[in-house]
Write a protein that binds this ligand. Structure first.
Ligand code: UT7
Length: 326
């Protein structure tokens, strides 16, 4: 037994903007149907941020709930990491805007851009800061206004995404170096930039000077997700010293119900241990995992001490997994 510092999730929160957009509503403006969307994705509705709601506004709401659940105040926060691919502005970082809106003290604030894998990447980054003693109370937030990146004439993408934010508070705690420790136990991160064309936004400050719209070759992304996520999950589990069969709850990125089920099946995780919010949240990119976590803690399914497995895949392509004991 060796004393080690672990990054423990002491609180989680989520926020969804109130405007619900149903499949039937989308079918009024684009050639699709509720039946097709439900059968191919499991999505029934998604949320859309109000025109005056920026990504930072969603992030702030999720952060306040996470701090409340952790029994912490804004004044305790010394680091804010926002995983987002839909920042308020090209700069400053959305994390700095969140810091200002929260009224948090001077500390560390920056964004992580790994698209739908952003939260998994951000958790891994935050863990390193906490383990090195740099941060004592970190807010790790996934926040997105994906509806702003949609080409509303492209039925292959516009039905898939939604807006929302999720957040966790991470704090250091002494562990024994065992898999029974609370905290982040292991992770694995991957990127394959050669697959950029499968999923990207066709604009940016140094190329077009515009924000751009999301472009995706959905069926190829689907294939990559089901085949390659399992390898990253197994690597994270190996790093953590656990087997996927020991996991109490599998909390995958919420892109498509068929992907969730396909990955769970490959890992031998039965459906009853998979947290799925895709039917009502759709794909909220970096927000989807902390949002799903927050929902399942609030409804009492996920409890302290349980072993959780997060995984995600998104533009880059990027993908990865984190093993955490709550
Ligand atoms: O966050 C990580 C990144 N995103 C994902 O992980 C998403 C991964 N991909 C997917 O979820 C699925 O590939 C989609 C849901 C995007 C598409 O499902 P699919 O079963 O792979 O369908 P497909 O792309 O092979 O298209 C099948 C047909 C096509 O028509 P034809 O060519 O067979 O006539 C599409 O044009 O379905 C058509 N289609 C639609 N029909 C009605 C595509 N989108 C729609 C739509 N409504 N919204």
């Amino acid at each position: 037994m060796t004393a080690v510092v672990r990054s423990v999730v002491t609180g989680a929160g989520g926020y969804l903007p109130p405007d619900v957009v149903t499949n039937a509503e989308l079918a009024l403006t684009v050639d699709t149907s509720d039946a097709w969307i439900v059968e191919r994705t499991g999505i029934q509705s998604r949320r859309r941020a109000a025109p005056d709601q920026a990504t930072s506004d969603l992030a702030v709401q999720a952060a306040l709930m996470a701090l409340d659940r952790a029994g912490r105040g804004v004044g305790d926060v010394d680091m804010i990491i926002v995983a987002t691919t839909t920042p308020d502005l090209t700069f400053p970082a959305t994390a700095a805007i969140v810091q200002r809106k929260l009224g948090a003290p001077i500390g560390i604030a920056f964004d992580v851009q790994a698209v739908c894998s952003g939260f998994v990447y951000a958790m891994s980054v935050a863990d390193s800061f906490i383990v090195r003693g740099v941060s004592k109370c970190a807010l790790v937030i996934g926040a997105e206004t994906m509806t702003r990146l949609m080409d509303w004439s492209d039925r292959g993408t516009c039905v898939l995404f939604g807006d929302g934010a999720g957040a966790v508070v991470l704090e250091p705690s002494e562990g024994e170096g065992l898999t029974s420790d609370r905290g982040v136990l292991g992770f694995s991160l991957r990127a394959d930039g050669a697959k950029q064309d499968l999923l990207y936004v066709d604009g940016g400050p140094s190329t077009t000077g515009t924000v751009g719209k999301l472009r995706m070759q959905g069926n190829q992304v689907f294939r990559h997700a089901v085949v390659n996520i399992s390898e990253a999950v197994l690597a994270a589990a190996r790093n953590a010293g656990v087997a996927p069969s020991e996991v109490d709850w599998f909390i995958p990125h919420q892109a498509n119900q068929r992907i969730l089920e396909g990955v769970a099946k490959r890992l031998g995780i039965d459906g009853g241990r998979v947290i799925s919010t895709v039917s009502e949240h759709a794909n909220t990119s970096a927000a989807s995992i902390p949002l799903a976590l927050s929902v399942a803690i609030e409804d009492g399914r996920i409890r302290p001490g349980q072993l959780l497995l997060f995984e995600a895949m998104g533009g880059g392509l990027t993908w990865g997994a984190v093993v955490v004991r709550l």
